[in-house]
Every structure is written in C-alpha cells, then in structure tokens.
Design a protein around this ligand. Structure first.
Ligand SMILES: Cc1ncc(C[n+]2csc(CCOP(=O)(O)OP(=O)(O)O)c2C)c(N)n1
Length: 272
C-alpha cells in the first residue's frame, strides 16, 4: 500500500481550521503548538506514510508518534480529514468522556501511543524501529518532537541507542519553532549547535523549512534517509503558523481564542 496521496497543502489548511475550532470550542490550550506542526503532519499523512484509514491496525503501516502530545489537535484533525475517525468526533474534543483527550491518546483509531509527558516518543519509536528491523519488516517509524523536549535526557539515550543499532528505518523530526511554554528555547535550555550534536550522536541530519511541503516530502519520503543510520530532520518552523496574531507569540501556548479571534483566525486560514 502506498501513501494516501492527499494534496498536503490543502490538507494542512483544513487541519488548521479544524484545530482552531476544536481549541475554541473546548476552551483548550496549545493552538500555537498545533499550528506549528500542521504542515509536517499533513505531509506525513497525505504524502509520505503508508497507511490504510479503513484498517488503522494494518500490520504493514508506517508508525507515527507525536511525542509533543500537547499538540494533539493537529493529529486528530489529520485523522478526521484522512478518514480514520468521523469529522463529528472532533466536536467532542476535550469534553468529559470524549475519546479525544487534550493530550494524544492511543484510544483514538490511528494513534499508536499516548504522550503528553515529554521525552517518551523517541525512546518508544526506537523500540518500534528495532522491532521492525529484527523481524525483517519494511515499515518505517516517524517521531515528531518539540525543540523544548530535547531538554529531556531520555531523548539523548534513545539517540545513542538508535545509532548503535543502525536504525535507518527511523526518522525523527524536530519542530524547531524556538519557543517553549513561557519563553524561548535559548533562554530556557539551549539546544544549539543542534545539527552538530545530532551528527556527533551518529545520526544523519537534514535541515528544512518546516512549512515548505516540497522540502518536507524530499526529506521524508522513502529512500531520502542515509543507509545504516537514523535520520533527524530539523524542521524550522513558526509557532502559531498561519494565524498572524498567533505567530511567534508566547501567550498562544496556553490561550484559547475567543469568538472574534476564532473568526479572524479562520478568515486568515481561508476556511471555506
Ligand atoms: C515531562 C514534562 N514536563 C513538562 C511538561 C509541561 N509542558 C507542556 S508543553 C511544554 C513545553 C512546550 O515547549 P516545546 O516542548 O518546545 O513545545 P512547543 O513550543 O512546540 O509547544 C512543557 C514544559 C510536560 N508536558 N512534560
């Protein structure tokens, strides 16, 4: 089975619109974090990963782990837009007893692993990739991390392990938006020189504009990575991308849009 072949630019636009509506309806947080990854997630779901929405547990599927689980609305929107879950399920996001919790949950069809406590996606993904290698399976594992999350030591242990085992079926992507919850990554715990560090840990490294779909596809498609090494894609992004007043603005880590802000956001996104 090949990728779903859904035009990813339009998919990302629809996901952004769904995401702001969900966060507005639920009075929830993390819209800036979700808008930051919309293009990466749209490219993975629409153009790169081998998936079957009718069979979320299909054995040969590529595995995707959202390690920055607080940005779940981007993935829930992708799952609805790609047919894993009904669009109507999005209406209950963040409500009591809803399947769609405020941090990503494996109770949702198409979600592999629950996250939210940062620093667990890559260690889990390394295990998945090793399992695929050991059982001679061709599926790939993708892990999407945040930049602030790199402060968790578990990631660096997982990186050593992945390189040691030559996991070239593993791709990590860092959503490098340079902001955390309260201030910049630089002011909190510097990650630079990031590419040098990742190379020193034995990974192949690519740097892309994380909102450029062609560049993302070129970096993520099968065969793009190095042979014998895991690949780290440093995706330079803008937190809040697509909504001018949310872009690069720290408060939108936690703030929820009011009715007027929702209308402005949808207008800017181009929600039909
Ligand atoms: C282990 C752990 N510590 C703290 C938090 C609280 N927390 C939620 S998001 C976040 C940081 C957000 O910044 P970043 O990780 O860079 O993500 P993004 O800016 O893309 O939202 C923190 C500290 C958490 N989820 N997990």
């Amino acid at each position: 089975m090949a990728s779903l072949q859904i035009a990813s630019v339009d998919l990302a636009r629809r996901m952004r619109a769904q995401a702001v509506k969900m966060v507005h309806r639920a009075r929830a947080s993390h819209i800036g974090s979700a808008l930051s990854i919309a293009d990466i997630v749209a490219v993975l779901y629409g153009q790169v990963m081998a998936l079957d929405p009718a069979r979320p547990d299909w054995d040969e599927r590529d595995r995707f782990l959202l390690s920055k689980g607080h940005a779940c609305v981007a993935v829930y929107a992708a799952l609805a837009e790609c047919g894993f879950i009904p669009e109507s399920a999005l209406l209950n996001y963040g409500q009591d007893h809803s399947m769609l919790m405020n941090h990503i949950s494996h109770k949702v069809p198409g979600v592999e692993f629950s996250t939210g406590s940062l620093g667990h996606g890559l260690p889990f993904g390394v295990g998945k990739a090793l399992a695929a290698k050991r059982s001679g399976r061709g599926w790939r594992t993708f892990v999407l991390l945040s930049d602030g999350e790199l402060g968790e030591g578990s990631n660096w242990e997982a990186m050593m392990f992945a390189a040691h085992h030559g996991l070239d079926n593993l791709t990590a992507i860092v959503d490098y938006n340079k902001l955390q919850s309260l201030t910049t990554v630089d002011a909190t715990l510097r990650v630079e020189p990031l590419a040098d560090k990742l190379r020193a840990f034995g990974w192949a490294v690519r740097e892309v504009d994380g909102h450029d779909h062609a560049a993302l596809i070129a970096a993520l498609e099968r065969g793009a990575g190095a042979v014998g090494k895991p690949t780290f894609v440093i995706a330079h992004t803008t937190k809040g991308k697509g909504v001018s007043f949310m872009e690069n603005a720290v408060p939108w880590h936690y703030k929820s849009p009011n009715d007027a802000e929702l209308s402005r956001a949808l207008e800017e996104i181009g929600d039909a």
